[in-house]
Design a protein around this ligand. Sequence first.
Ligand SMILES: Cc1cc2nc3c(=O)[nH]c(=O)nc-3n(C[C@H](O)[C@H](O)[C@H](O)COP(=O)(O)O)c2cc1C
Length: 307
Amino acid sequence: MSPDATLQLIRKTKSLTPKPFAVNLFTHDIPVYTDEELEPMRQLILAIAAKRGYPLNAADLANFTLYNHLDQIDILVEEKIEIVSFTFGCLDSNSIQKLKQNGCILIGTATCVDEALYLQQQGIDMISVQGIEAGGHRGSFIKDRQLPQIGLFSLLPQIKNKVDVPCIAAGGINSASGIKAAFDLGADGVQVGTAFIGTRESMAITAYKNKLSEARDTDTVLTRAFSGRWARGMQNEMMLEIEQAGIPIPPYPLQNSLTAMLRKWAQERNDHEYTSLWAGQSAGPSVGLSSGDVFSQLVQAYETLFK
Ligand SMILES: Cc1cc2nc3c(=O)[nH]c(=O)nc-3n(C[C@H](O)[C@H](O)[C@H](O)COP(=O)(O)O)c2cc1C
């Protein structure tokens, strides 16, 4: 998001609730790249769009403005945001200092023990422990190794053994027994994403919500096709066409920018084949429910079963 869009969203949220809320940042680097390096993927996206009937121009896929968390920190400080969560990396020490001086609670994302240790060393207050089951992007950020692919049941106790800060379990939690299991493994809280995609307040297109309500355990995969970062979602034509083209996929956020217009066009047409369908391994029917209903059903079921 541009800093201005961030500010507008914060102001709008404040107008809707007097309660504290978290702002979530993507703490990635901006990669250095040449236009020539992007050209093969640009041509592929143009070809895919044309085949689907979308008259995209090459000029639409050039000259992106790329932002990262460094563009947003001063706004969060000025707006006195009380909780900042982040993923794809760790905040730099200057930003950590500025936010902490403002009394802000910081929540980082870890997908392996070393990432959790790093976040703790940097003074981060809480850690979202993201298992491989999780929908959406992997928060992984240690560069000199393969993508961590550890299930939450293995990852959570290993991280709890090594860090002292509170840990929030994320990945595949979509039931009262899942919440109980996370707490039994040492979680101090749980984070639930996929269960809310089908809800009335969710901005996901109807076709995506419907696909998700029918999703089976095997339907999600990890892909870099849409954004250049590994993320879990339901397989569709756009994912397969990009992966099977044999062209190197540019890193995040370049690939994200290259695919953005095609995804937006598909969303406007309720076309689930040409947009990302992020989802975790525990999908379930939530279409038509309010997010409040999903939340209170999980809490009530947990309390009825286990308290
Ligand atoms: C559609 C979708 C969008 C997401 N967007 C973000 C995001 O912007 N920032 C973030 O930190 N995590 C994001 N996540 C990941 C969640 O924070 C969390 O790790 C994940 O949803 C937990 O697994 P679950 O989806 O199986 O419940 C997203 C997840 C989904 C499914």
